[in-house]
Design a protein around this ligand. Structure first.
Ligand code: ATP
Ligand code: MG
Length: 776
């Protein structure tokens, strides 16, 4: 037996050793599902299955990379690199490129990001002269997206009176026409949007049996992580591909299904047994990630949901600290609490920034957190939001590059045809667009034929268009022989983009140039990496494929030590020693928009379960009594989810008897530059549940009492050694690290530190001001 199999417990080993046939692993958070998938792949390879025959679908490309690294360590990187691994979108984009001619697409098709799609929808709505208040572009786009994910093509739409009527009832009788226009325009531009990558794959596999057979033959073993969040379109792809060999292994947790709003269908997991014959079901019950407090608290939450599979999750880990609950007056104060806690914890326990994550329900909540972290000089990184590649200056460069690869790409063309300004005005672009729609050709093709079509353009304009065409063509020639770095550098200079940015000497302008440098650095890295691979030359098209599907989470930042900020949705599958779930307030979490039906509320509860189970050691739940929402200070109540956790798992940091302890302005005014993390209320009462105040209750006056340096008010009763009774050689007991001996003391007063050799965990340097030590 291979040694790495020993890294699994009995229950985890079974699905690994079960080589063939359909199987499902249903298990709670942190029970090792992802680990089992990883080890299973390594073991399949050791049993002689060729890496080319294994397809593994993950939730993020980052997860795929981590899995591949782990597998490389076991089987060697030469073997592992041939594995097909990635998100549905990235894997099937690759297949679509190889088979694009069957669908009438060029193999260099562009992938439109959501910005491109939204802009195109917006311009279609405008051209059709529809009311934008009724046809809101974002809503229209999400409707089209849900059609695509349910495999409702334009043709299917027009054949379905129910859908037509539903849109008419929703006062959008022309939605079908917009859908049709949108699809035609994408096709003409040689572009697919994200949903197309799945829709077209389905089309490919259903319309061309020989292609289906080819990929069925190739992917003899298919593995899917986070199966509970697959949508209908993804489900059908997996079914089709696994139909021949039926070697399909899916893992998931119904309690973590959180993407129903985007079309994920929890029934895919619930019905798996019916879809295949002789399905083996495995359950994992032991959680390795979190403390017992967290695991048990999470169990009490998910128990409140009616729709769920019965599962047991337990852990052999220590109880650990209780989940800490903190109330503050405003969202700004909430941010300060989080930042100062991170600051303290880092000092006290010698932790690095990467040990902390701040999770929120909506992206807008990150601002208050960012402000507070910046004030404390704590490095952080926001995941999600606008990704690096969507920043204006970066996207401008990328759009030129997109044109180099596919000049028919209309969204790219419209974006840069007159940026930097080259005298091609809106009227000209409009004339080109109308002609392109009329002839059912791309704008690029119209531009190449301006002499033959009567567009009523003057000769100066025609020349400018011709110059633009020549410029892009010259880039294409260079691109044939050069790598991605060379061509990008060339494009950034020759188009005048860099010169344009240099005109702006403000810090923002400088930052934009630095971003372009950063892009170039990234491309350099990519080309160098690619060149190590046999036969690859680091071509632009390969780089652009990566970029089109890169989510923010995918960026490799393992060398950066930063606090992670992200929405709970993005945090799925990840783990951190310390997790703050902020904004635990009614109408925010659960979201006001998801409380009208039981199933919506249950999805919010699953989201909370996901949030809490990201924490390994310590979870914090924080809420504010008022926060700015949509520009207005709004009162809020604590989230029902706090109340749903049994009291024994919670520790309330803010006692109930005085609901308004701090006033933020006093906080900053009185204490001036004092480090607020050293201040603490005189008598924190642990274990008191908060008083749930309603908006009508009068608010008590602010009370600030007896603030003392924190070390002197240690609530645990351990001896405070801030006053220097320690000497080198003392044997001490630390709350978390246990027994140790002092090797060295340095610094004075509040900066005094001790170097301690612990029996378990080795030598650590602790700041005495925070370290709770007892001499024994
Ligand atoms: P999630 O539902 O959140 O995706 P998961 O079920 O995929 O969780 P993993 O991420 O695979 O769980 O594992 C959780 C943690 O427990 C990881 O740090 C993993 O390395 C560790 N772990 C899993 N199984 C074992 C084991 N048998 N021994 C020690 N550690 C383990
Ligand atoms: Mg996982």
């Amino acid at each position: 037996m291979h040694q790495y199999i020993d890294q699994l417990n009995e229950a985890q080993r079974e699905p690994v050793l079960q080589k063939d046939g359909p199987m499902i692993i249903i298990a709670g958070a942190g029970s090792g599902k992802t680990r089992v998938l990883t080890i299973r792949i390594a073991y399949l390879m050791h049993q002689g299955i060729d890496a080319f025959n294994i397809l593994s679908l993950t939730f993020t490309n980052k997860a795929a990379r981590e899995m591949k690294n782990r597998i490389s360590q076991i089987v060697g990187s030469g073997e592992a690199k041939n594995l097909w691994m990635g998100t549905f979108h990235s894997v099937f984009a690759r297949i679509l490129r190889a088979e694009s001619d069957h669908l009438g697409y060029p193999s260099n098709f562009t992938i439109y990001d959501s910005q491109d799609s939204a802009r195109l929808i917006s311009s279609i709505i405008k051209e059709m002269q529809l009311d934008r208040d009724i046809y809101k572009p974002k809503q229209v786009l999400s409707r089209i997206s849900s059609y695509k994910n349910s495999l409702i093509t334009v043709k299917a739409y027009f054949n379905n009176p129910e859908l037509i009527e539903a849109d008419a009832m929703a006062k959008k009788p022309r939605l079908g026409e917009i859908y049709q226009q949108y699809v035609e325009r994408c096709f003409k531009a040689g572009a697919m949007d994200f949903d197309d990558l799945l829709l077209k794959t389905n089309e490919l596999l259903t319309r061309f049996p020989e292609i289906l057979a080819k990929y069925q033959n190739r992917f003899r073993y298919i593995l899917v992580d986070e199966y509970q969040d697959t949508n209908h379109s993804q489900y059908l792809i997996v079914r089709a591909l696994s139909d021949r060999f039926q070697n399909i292994c899916v893992v998931g947790d119904d309690a973590q299904s959180i993407y129903a709003f985007r079309g994920a269908n929890i029934n895919n997991i619930l019905n798996f047994q019916k879809d295949y014959e002789g399905v083996k079901t495995f359950r994992l019950e032991q959680n390795y990630r979190s403390t017992r407090n967290i695991v048990e608290a999470a169990n009490t939450i998910i128990d409140k949901n009616k729709t769920k599979l019965d599962k047991v999750v337990w852990t052999a880990n220590d109880f650990g600290p209780k989940i800490k609950v903190h109330r503050s007056l405003t969202d700004a104060e909430e941010g300060r609490f989080v930042a100062s806690t991170i600051f303290e914890q880092k000092m006290q326990n010698q932790l690095h920034n990467g040990a902390f994550a701040i999770l929120y329900r909506t992206n807008a909540q990150s601002r208050a957190m960012e402000d507070a972290l910046r004030k404390r000089d704590i490095p952080y990184r926001i995941y999600g939001g606008l990704s690096f590649y969507q920043r204006k200056e970066i996207k401008d460069v990328l759009c030129y590059l997109r044109l180099v690869i596919n000049p028919k790409d209309e969204e790219a063309l419209i974006r840069v045809i007159n940026y930097p300004a080259r005298g091609i005005g809106d009227t000209t672009i409009e004339k080109l667009t109308i002609a392109a729609n009329h002839y059912k050709r791309s704008i690029w093709e119209v531009m190449q034929n301006v002499d033959k079509i009567d567009l009523k353009l003057n000769s100066g304009t025609k020349q400018k268009l011709a110059d633009f065409v020549t410029m892009i063509q010259s880039f294409q020639v260079i691109n044939e022989n050069q790598d991605a770095f060379y061509i990008t550098d060339h494009v950034a200079k020759k188009t005048g983009l860099v010169q344009e940015l240099k005109k702006d000497a403000t810090p923002e302008g400088m930052a934009k140039i630095q971003n372009i440098e950063e892009l170039l650095n990234g491309i350099k890295d990519f080309t160098e990496g690619q060149k190590e691979i046999d036969g690859a030359r680091g071509a632009l098209s390969e780089f652009m494929e990566d970029v089109a599907l890169a989510t923010d989470l995918d960026k490799d930042t393992s060398d950066e030590d930063r606090v992670a900020l992200m929405t709970i949705h993005l945090a799925k599958g990840l783990e951190f020693p310390h997790v703050f779930v902020v904004g635990m307030e009614e109408d925010l979490f659960p979201s006001a928009m998801s409380m009208s039906t039981r199933s919506e509320l249950e999805e919010e509860r699953r989201l909370f379960y996901v949030a809490l189970t990201r924490a390994e050691h310590q979870a914090y739940l924080t809420y504010a009594q008022s926060r700015y929402r949509w520009g207005k200070l709004t009162d809020s109540e604590p989230s029902r989810f706090i109340e749903e956790i049994e009291g024994q798992y919670l520790e309330y940091l803010t006692p109930a008897e005085s609901n308004y302890r701090y006033k933020p302005q006093i906080d900053s005014d009185i204490f001036g530059d004092v480090d607020k993390s050293k201040l603490r209320l005189a008598k924190p009462v642990a274990g008191t549940p908060p008083k749930y105040i309603t908006n009508n209750e009068p608010k008590p006056e602010a009370v600030i009492r007896k603030l003392k340096p924190m070390g002197n008010t240690s609530s645990s009763g351990s001896t405070n050694l801030f006053d220097n009774q320690l000497v080198v050689g003392n044997v001490v007991m630390h709350e978390r690290f246990g027994k140790g001996q002092i090797l060295n003391l340095e610094g004075v007063g509040a900066d005094k530190k001790a170097e301690i050799k612990f029996e378990v965990g080795g030598i650590k340097k602790l700041l005495l001001r925070f370290a709770k030590l007892e001499v024994i």
